[in-house]
Design a protein around this ligand. Structure first.
Ligand code: ZN
Length: 397
């Protein structure tokens, strides 16, 4: 009689294989989603989700329990959301994986976010700025104090960008303290503080202590509430360069959000020196890139009226898993807060008036930046629409 292998061993084995594959394929997240019959596994690669495989029903509970157990979560509890962490060794490199679970109608859904501790921090020049923007960005971070915010939806490269800035500023003559949740990369020479709500170390408390630590530069992982916002602005006004991120789609909305967080307009206008919006677009795979004749809509998106006009796209190959894309690059919109913007904030200009003003003040909007990437053959119109949307003028035709 054939020897029966215990189900738990199979489940653990299958999960480990999936995680190895995820790291090999550069996935940022792995989703294990309970369905009516089985467990669907998806990878997020370059910002897009793909179904990778289905784990059959008889291994489903074993797989979920194995992940939760390894991440030190309560495996008996299935009804409330939980969080956990695990370390994963792939080809001799250590990866931190943050696990989140929520109960769904078919059972639990787990999302595993993969952090590569040893991944290289990019130079500012490698992020995707064009040459004019690089100069402005460098001037902005050379300010000795004030607040610089990086904005964009989650997964838009804000954290990568912040680390690049910190790395550029990381010199012995500067005392840099970062306050993070979680600390994603280790930077020698930077004092990195891990937030721990359980131990009573929240953002506001950490910022207060940071200000007593004679800091020149601080990076705050994210400004989420009025306590954090209040402390961050105070730090920016007392001679510290404060770098942080904020979830928002446009800069005008950001000023409204800060007033809702009880930050006086006078403080916003004095402390906030610039806002850099960022998004990530997928790069066309260089192994299968080819010219093609764009559709009318695509031409309209690019503002092209003449024929013939050729654009590039990836036709799909093994290197890019038939997606036509490999890797990503950033696009940026920089708004530097000059006297006119500061005055208009104090005058309580409406968000739409502010929006117009910002448009006038920026050299390049996100739309301009993504168009440049299309012309340069770096990305496609499809990708541009997915990431920055369709401008109203183009929709109207
Ligand atoms: Zn390809």
């Amino acid at each position: 009689m054939a020897k029966v292998k215990p189900v738990e061993v199979d489940a653990a084995d299958i999960v480990e294989k999936i995680l190895h594959k995820a790291v090999d394929e550069r996935a940022s997240d792995v989703h294990f989603q309970s369905e009516r019959e089985d467990l669907t596994v998806r990878f997020r690669i370059d910002g897009v989700l793909y179904v990778v495989q289905n784990i059959p029903q008889y291994l489903r509970d074993g797989a979920i329990s194995f992940i939760k157990l390894t991440a030190q979560m309560d495996i008996v509890e299935h009804q409330i959301p939980q969080g956990g962490r695990l370390e994963f060794n792939h080809k001799g490199r250590l990866y931190d994986i943050r696990v989140s679970s929520i109960p769904t109608i078919y059972g639990e859904a787990l999302v595993l976010r993969i952090f590569n501790r040893e991944s290289n921090i990019l130079k500012i020049e490698e992020l995707g700025f064009d040459s004019d923007q690089i100069e402005v960005a460098k001037q902005i971070i050379a300010n000795p104090y004030g607040m610089v915010l990086i904005t964009g939806p989650s997964g838009s490269g804000k954290t990568t960008f912040l680390y690049s800035i910190l790395n550029a500023l990381n010199k012995p003559e500067r005392n840099i303290i970062s306050i993070e949740d979680p600390v994603e990369f280790h930077l020698d020479g930077v004092r990195q503080v891990q937030i721990s709500e359980k131990k009573g170390m929240d953002f506001a408390k950490a910022i207060r202590e940071m200000m007593r630590q004679d800091a020149n530069v601080t990076m705050l992982g994210e400004i989420r509430d009025s306590d954090t916002a209040g402390m961050a602005f105070q730090a920016a006004l007392t001679g510290i360069l404060v770098l942080s991120t904020f979830h928002t789609f446009d800069v005008a909305g950001l000023i409204v959000r800060f007033t809702e967080l009880d930050i006086p307009r006078s403080v916003i206008s004095h402390a906030l020196t610039s806002v850099i919006s960022t998004r990530l677009v997928r790069r066309i795979c260089s192994a299968c890139s080819a010219n093609y004749e764009p559709s009318d809509l695509e031409k309209r998106f690019c503002g092209i009226k003449h024929d013939p006009f050729l654009l590039q796209r990836g036709e799909g190959c093994e290197a890019c898993r038939n997606t036509g894309y490999l890797g990503r690059t950033g696009i940026f919109e920089i708004v530097y807060f000059d006297d006119e913007i500061q005055t208009r904030i104090l005058e309580e200009a409406s968000p739409s008036a502010m929006r117009e003003l910002f448009k006038k003040k920026t050299d390049k909007t996100l739309y301009d930046a993504v168009l440049q990437k299309i012309y340069d053959g770096v990305t496609t119109v499809d990708e541009a629409i997915r990431v920055v949307g369709m401008p109203l003028e183009v929709r109207r035709g």
